[in-house]
Design a protein around this ligand. Structure first.
Ligand code: PGA
Length: 261
């Protein structure tokens, strides 16, 4: 049974007062009966504050990035155990903005994934192709390469405690979403790649879609059988929008009776 996840990646947005107000409103309005895991990912400096605001609530906390090293002379970096120490349970690794703007390659992302697991946290591995790669029919080879860099280093079993987010680069922050069918095709493909190594882990793996998910399109995307929720950027900064997305994920489970498979 796969419980949906809605993850709000705030990126480099927020302030102490704005974050507090947003988190309190989300906690107040989130229906505790919705069967969905809701996670927010504020910038590093606000994590401890956010953990205090969320203490005992339903929303979980995550970080947008992590250092692959455990400790030492790495100026400016933050380790997975530090993130755990301040209350994080999830960490995004390999977001396309990290890959593109900060030149993170597949091996570094796989090492970060390992560091997160080692600290006892849940990694959210982002994969996705650029528009050029899609137009050249390289979508599958790109996402397989990104996924299998992690299984090559950590084994398919590492996905027993991990989450995958398919985020086509051309859909991030552009207002352009993959169609539900495009998302489903890539999600099914990713699941099949894991299934080739371990069918049981693949069956339980939660694969989120990310890229311009909004209140108005979430239900349609989440209705796809291999889409287990969303990684939400811009729309996670609005309580109204984010709650609509959480409700859409929750209803996905209600309508189908049980979460697939
Ligand atoms: P977006 O961002 O929802 O603003 O497109 C998604 C992401 O980058 O995770």
């Amino acid at each position: 049974m796969r419980r949906p996840v809605v993850a709000g990646n705030w990126k480099m947005h927020g302030s102490r007062s704005a974050n507090g107000a947003l988190l309190r409103e989300l906690e107040q309005r989130l229906n505790p009966e919705w069967p969905v895991d809701v996670v927010v990912f504020p910038p590093f400096v606000y994590l401890a504050d956010a953990a205090r605001t969320l203490d005992g609530g339903q929303i979980r906390l995550g970080a947008q990035d992590v250092c692959a090293e455990a400790t030492g002379a790495f100026t400016g970096q933050v380790s997975a155990s530090m993130l755990k120490d301040v209350g994080c349970r999830y960490v995004i690794v390999g977001h396309s903005e990290r890959r593109r703007l900060y030149h993170e390659d597949d091996v570094l992302v796989a090492r970060k994934f390992a560091a997160v697991l080692h600290a006892g946290l849940t990694p959210v591995l982002c994969v996705g192709e650029t528009l050029e790669e899609r137009e050249n029919h390289h979508t599958e080879s790109v996402v397989a390469r990104q996924l299998e860099a992690v299984t090559a280093m950590n084994g398919a079993a590492s996905f027993a405690s991990g989450i995958v987010a398919y985020e086509p680069v051309w859909a991030i922050g552009t207002g352009r979403t993959a169609s539900p069918q495009q998302a489903q095709a890539v999600h099914a493909y990713l699941r099949s790649r894991i299934a080739a190594q371990d069918a049981n882990i693949a069956g339980h793996l939660r694969i989120l879609y990310g890229g311009s998910v909004k209140g108005g399109n979430a239900a349609e995307i989440f209705s796809m059988p291999d889409v287990d929720g969303g990684l939400v950027g811009g729309a996670s900064l609005s309580a109204d929008e984010f709650l609509k997305i959480c409700e859409a994920a929750a209803q996905r489970e209600t309508v189908s009776g049980t979460v697939r498979p």
